[in-house]
Design a protein around this ligand. Structure first.
Ligand code: S3P
Length: 436
């Protein structure tokens, strides 16, 4: 079955068993190719995610004049051109489905001496960009969006940028990262303060590339005019991809899975904490560090789950994991309440609505609020689910189907390849009932 098939038919399968290698982290892969491109010298990236999103970012840098070799899958050799070495591309630059690609590139390209146009697919073309263009304009950038603040982004280069101290209204690693990348080119210092700490990969990686940057949870500051020194990057396995298997094994009786060397940056592992509050049986074995990031094998065994009020403080640390969390909640004992998660409405789809509609289709009661939902668990039936072209909605319902009484047809699953190529094969191999 290929990742290109347009739908899945998923049914309860076997108890899930096996040892799984999860593909590389999407956030780290995007950043690795960007920073390696800007560095002086040659960098090697191992564990690069061969997903459509990250390949789109690599393709953009090739078009900006960076030589990138792929000696074998998941490995890239990037011949950095230096902070001042990018060349204008002919025509627009296609970020595909990737909000991370577009928002970080907006910061970087706003500081170049040439013009650029960033476009994306249908889903990305609906996503809000003023959160990033607003502060960039404050730095002196000139960027036009559509009237409603959505892409394409038309970036007028050749502007002199000035560092700002910016307090983010909404926690966003993408906006923070865009400002830091622009800040590399700005006069003076650029600082970003967040309402809640978000993933700090840009800060850590800039530091690994030799940039002097001051950072702590919720804060980052750098001085413009610095250069990057090539380095080698090891990308850990993506916790957000592992999340689907953590939930699947937690809800299918008799399951036991080992997920090898998964990245456990604390800004990503909110779901692990939430699942443990629900009673999940997940242990960490063989802890080590991989490219400066904590990693460990995650061993997950079936355990009866109970509903919880998800602590709001966990929300930014599990922002991509709510589709998976909703499925865990659907199979728990007692309701689960989610609050403070309005950002889910502007991800690849409106994830609160997509999960609520999908779980209702399978027979559950979901009370939706503007910034969350209460999930009332119950037996899952059969039905057809619209993924809205959202990779994480599609995978979440493949997982939910493992506890359903009938067939769950998941439509529009091609976008799973944006973040998790080979999900379907890995799922089948460990016991999922899933066919294309
Ligand atoms: C990401 C940050 C998050 C996350 C996205 C990846 C990143 O978005 O949802 O999948 O790589 O910086 P926001 O920063 O918009 O919350």
């Amino acid at each position: 079955m290929s990742q290109q098939s347009q739908h899945w038919v998923a049914t309860a399968g076997q108890p899930l068993r096996g040892t799984l290698e999860i593909p590389g982290d999407k956030s780290v892969s995007h950043r690795s190719v960007m920073l390696a491109a800007l560095a002086d010298g040659v960098s090697t990236i191992d564990g690069f995610l061969e997903g459509e999103d990250t390949r789109a970012t690599a393709a953009i840098f090739s078009r900006l004049g960076v030589r990138i070799e792929t000696p074998s899958p998941s490995r890239r050799i990037v011949h950095g051109v230096g902070v001042d070495g990018l060349k204008p591309a002919d025509g627009s630059l296609d970020c595909g489905n990737a909000g991370t690609g577009m928002r970080l590139l907006a910061g970087l390209l706003a500081a170049q001496p040439f013009d650029s146009v960033l476009v994306g697919d249908e889903s990305l073309s609906r996503r809000p960009m003023r959160r990033v263009t607003g502060p960039l304009v404050q730095m002196g950038a000139r960027i036009d969006t559509q009237d409603d603040g959505t892409p394409p982004l038309r970036i007028n280069g050749g502007q002199a940028l000035t560092g700002i101290d910016y307090t983010l209204p909404v926690a966003s690693a993408q906006v923070k990262s865009a400002l830091l990348l622009a800040g590399l080119y700005a006069s003076g210092e650029t600082s970003v303060t967040e309402p809640h700490p978000t993933r700090d990969y840009t800060e850590r990686m800039l530091s690994a590339f030799g940039v002097e940057i001051e950072f702590a949870p919720g804060y980052a500051k750098l001085r413009g005019g610095q250069r990057l020194r090539a380095t080698d990057i090891a990308v850990p396995a993506d916790f957000s991809s592992a999340a689907f298997f953590l939930v699947a094994a937690s809800i299918v009786p008799g399951s036991e899975l080992r997920l090898r060397a998964v990245g456990l940056n604390p800004r990503r592992t909110g779901l692990l904490r939430a699942l443990r509050l629900m009673g999940a049986d997940i242990s960490e074995e063989n802890p080590s560090t991989h490219g400066g990031e904590p990693v460990a094998d995650l061993v997950v065994r079936y355990a009866p789950l109970r509903g919880i009020e998800v602590p709001e403080v966990l929300v930014p640390d599990m922002i991509d994991e709510f589709p998976a969390l909703f499925v865990a909640a659907a199979c728990a004992e007692g309701p689960t309440v989610v609050r403070g998660a309005a950002e889910l409405r502007v991800k690849e789809s409106d994830r609160l609505a997509a999960m609520a509609v999908g779980l209702r289709t399978l027979g559950l009661r979901i009370d939706e609020t503007p910034d969350g939902a209460t999930i009332h668990p119950g037996p899952l039936g059969a039905g057809t689910i619209e993924s809205h072209g959202d990779h994480r909605i599609a995978m979440a319902f493949a997982v939910a189907a493992q506890r359903a009484a009938g067939e769950v047809r998941v439509d529009d699953v091609a976008n799973v390849a944006t973040s998790f190529p080979g999900f379907d094969r890995l799922a089948q191999d460990c016991g999922f009932g899933l066919r294309g």
